[in-house]
Design a protein around this ligand. Structure first.
Ligand SMILES: Cc1ncc(COP(=O)(O)O)c(C=O)c1O
Length: 434
């Protein structure tokens, strides 16, 4: 059996440098809230493969459904010979996503592909070109979604030219803009009306809680105000719930926390327990505007991925994993708040459910952006966590946010061990001296 060091050497000779990995350990197996590497070391998982394995790795129902489906058939292409599993996933999406109106869905492979298709659909349905996105947004790495994504390095650097008719406006970021949700929305709307023109807007696209951009939770009222403006302007309000969806934030979808019913919603990641599947779901009249054959792709809604999604949804429901996400928050938030009380480097604890973060800054320093971000300190914490066996991610436009994304089935004991390792990472990493 090769060691991680062996695999790392072999990788250097054949894997493109542009695809990097956070840790040097290679996975042997993973289940529940832990991962074991090929050297036999166990890790506590606070990453869930970037918010994918909400039901845990190799969740029993998912394994069983995938095995049964693989034995029946693996692929026909829904555009050639359709099958029930695709229809069932669309039925579940119609029931689970916010909004009690008639809905349609189309299935794809990745989050970026879902976002691209949501934009295609919104442009087709409205006959308008412009897409409004926000500061700190992350929507993917394809050409169109790079244009929608805010951060240049590493996502966009050197990869242009980018798609046109994308307009970026200010996000509500309470720690940094100090605005109420209503004021932040008024500010963003004024920018849209002045720089884009309401009549040109096909879609307003937003993550209800930003993921890669720093787990930014907009001030209350920001999302509803934008949704209301979109509706009045005849634009399609698209919620990108690719990271926040499928119980991650303590509800099936993060929009529910503010009673927002998006016209379209993009989902991926947590939908299928680790298999690649994504969807655009939304109002029937918008989705059905597109001519037959206008949407699709070879693998979109692959039957094995659909079987995994159906088993994932059953698991989320049966184990009440939205409740589990709220329990994770109840256990973790006080400990993060205690860290914030101890370390002035923590400017804010934020997030919802099992999507929690701390923003790391230079203590006492204020610049044009507000508290001065400290990405070096955040990286030191993450490194110390990795050395102690905790899979922990950073994020944020400024790279200074430490985020927690455990699988929702993580046991109380595993969560406690992970939080203890995080606390130790703070106490052992310079310059964190209380
Ligand atoms: C909010 C959001 N949108 C889109 C994407 C892109 O998804 P994928 O990596 O599956 O293309 C991500 C991935 O992190 C995401 O968090």
């Amino acid at each position: 059996m090769p060691t991680s060091a062996d695999l790392h050497r072999r990788r250097g000779a054949v894997v493109a440098r542009g695809v990097s990995s956070m840790i040097g350990a290679y996975v042997d197996h993973a289940a529940g809230g832990t991962m074991t590497d090929v050297d036999g070391r166990e890790w506590i998982d606070f990453a869930a493969g970037i918010a994918v394995t909400n039901v845990g790795n190799s969740a029993p129902r998912v394994v069983e459904a995938v095995r049964a489906q693989v034995e029946r058939f693996t692929h026909t292409c829904f555009m050639i010979a359709p099958y029930e599993q695709y229809v069932q996933v669309c039925e579940r999406l119609a029931e689970l996503t916010p909004g009690d109106f008639e809905k349609r869905s189309a299935l794809f492979n990745s989050g970026a592909e879902a976002v691209e298709n949501a934009v295609k659909i919104a442009r087709y349905a409205t006959g308008r070109p412009a897409v409004v996105v926000f500061d700190h947004a992350y929507h993917g790495r394809t050409n169109l979604t790079m244009a929608l994504t805010a951060k240049v390095m590493p996502y966009k650097q050197g990869f242009g030219p980018f798609a046109g008719e994308i307009y970026r406006v200010p996000m509500s970021y309470p720690l940094r803009d100090g605005r109420s949700g209503a004021d932040a929305a008024a500010y963003a709307i004024a920018a849209i009306e002045k720089h884009v023109g309401a009549a040109n807007v096909a879609a307003v696209l937003i993550e209800p809680i930003q993921g890669e951009g720093g787990f930014v939770v907009p001030a209350a009222g920001f999302l509803p105000a934008l949704a209301a403006w979109s509706s009045a302007a005849g634009a399609v309000f698209i919620a990108d719930e690719i990271q926040t969806g499928f119980c991650r934030t303590g509800a099936w979808f993060a929009c529910e926390h503010e009673g927002v019913q998006p016209d379209l919603i993009t989902t991926a990641k947590g939908i299928a327990g680790g298999l690649p599947l994504a969807a655009v779901t939304g109002r029937a009249e918008i989705m059905d505007a597109v001519h037959p054959g206008g949407l699709g792709g070879t693998y979109g809604g692959n039957p094995v991925a659909c079987a995994a999604a159906l088993a994932t949804i059953e698991t989320l429901r049966e184990l009440d994993l939205a409740g589990a996400a709220r329990d994770i928050e109840a256990a973790a938030r006080p400990r993060l708040e205690a860290l914030a009380a101890k370390y002035p480097q923590i400017a804010e604890v934020r997030g919802r459910g099992a999507m929690l973060a701390v923003e790391v800054v230079e203590p006492g320093a204020t610049g044009p952006l507000g508290p001065v971000p400290d990405p070096v300190a955040a990286a030191a914490i993450a490194r110390a966590a990795h050395e102690s066996g905790l899979l922990l991610l950073t994020c944020g436009t400024y790279g200074n946010v430490i985020r927690l994304l455990p699988p929702l089935i993580i046991s109380g004991d595993q969560l406690d061990r992970g939080l203890t390792l995080l606390e130790q990472a703070f106490s052992t990493s310079a310059p964190f001296t209380p």
